[in-house]
Ligand binder design. Structure first.
Ligand SMILES: [Zn+2]
Length: 327
């Protein structure tokens, strides 16, 4: 008997909004922009990937295209058994479509998320994130924007983009603003840089969750500390393969992290560029990494308990996970 992973209630905590775009949508917006469809087969490194993300962003020319992405994100989440999405938004990327007003972008996206939640039942909340390669002042502005929307759709604040040469420590003020507003602290770390980056996220930023974080495994003491603190790693196996964080899926450290007692959720990161959606990531974790149904249910449980989902959503999802495991 094989339990259907589509029926396992799960949260999706590490999903960059624009990269949730379907391939057909990418083709359509390229055609509407009269531009070639961006294509990629391999990324030499993270910079290559970031440039490709920029190519996708440049094709988004109208607000209704953002609405389409949100609609399809909700439909795809529902099909994957996702009951809660914490989508990473960076309003600054689209403010040129809204007269330079980042708050107008956020209002627009949160309203779209709310409509989709009512239509599909998938609860959608936002993580705001700043580029760690960008100016600290801009991050503080982003964090203030996130803080103003705490309790109104934004639940977490993080840092993304290239870790190499861009430590997180200078961003302490931005994270203080977010924490004071009651937001979860959710930086990317431990992807392109090793344990030092995870240590910084834990000890300097006091992260509640770390997006990726997988390279903590290189330091057994720090791994034990992350496990003890219960900091959740929002792990994205296929992303780590495509961006050469691990040599191949069979060498992914997720089983070792779980064996060490680290709390982990399973996520897709950037499906338009990496391929698998979140359900397929769960299936890969079962088929290729050998995770048991108990472990997969544990990851689903983490994706709910460590999230910014409303309490009633958490209660319902956790009961659903127990029921799945008992089935
Ligand atoms: Zn990411």
């Amino acid at each position: 008997m094989t339990r259907d992973l589509a029926l396992l209630p799960k949260g999706h905590l590490h999903l960059h909004f624009e990269a949730s775009m379907r391939p057909a949508t990418l083709r359509d917006i390229a055609s509407e922009a009269d531009e070639p469809v961006p294509s990629w087969s391999d990324f030499a490194d993270f910079s290559d990937f970031e440039a490709a993300y920029g190519d996708v962003l440049r094709l988004i020319r109208r607000p209704d295209q953002l609405e389409r992405i949100m609609t399809e994100l909700a439909d795809d989440a529902k099909a994957d058994g996702v009951v809660y999405v914490e989508a990473t938004l960076a309003p600054v990327l689209h403010q040129h479509l809204f007269g330079g007003d980042a708050e107008a972008v956020l209002d627009f996206l949160l309203a779209a998320a709310k409509r989709e939640e009512e239509r599909t039942g998938v609860v959608i909340r936002a993580m705001l994130a700043s580029a760690r390669s960008g100016p600290v002042e801009l991050a503080v502005e982003d964090a203030r924007l996130a803080a103003r929307y705490a309790g109104r759709g934004v639940v977490s604040y993080g840092l993304h983009s290239d870790e190499r040469g861009f430590p997180a420590a200078p961003f302490v003020e931005a994270f203080d603003v977010a924490r004071t507003a009651g937001l979860l602290i959710t930086p990317h770390a431990g992807e392109l840089v090793g344990p030092a980056s995870v240590r910084e996220a834990v000890e300097v930023l006091h992260a509640d969750r770390i997006l990726h974080g997988v390279r903590v495994i290189e330091d057994p003491d720090l791994t034990a500390e992350v496990a003890r603190l219960g900091v959740c790693l929002d792990v994205c196996p296929s992303s780590n393969v495509v961006l050469h964080v691990v040599p191949d899926l069979d060498h992914h450290p997720l089983p070792a992290l779980l064996a060490a007692g680290v709390t982990c959720s399973i996520n897709a990161d950037d499906p338009i560029q990496f391929g698998p959606n979140v359900l397929e990531e769960y299936e890969l974790c079962r088929d290729r990494l050998g995770l048991t149904d108990e472990q997969l249910a544990g990851c689903a449980r983490a994706s709910i308990t460590a999230s910014g989902a409303p309490e009633d959503v958490k209660t319902r999802a956790l009961a659903g996970i127990d029921a799945w495991l008992a089935s």
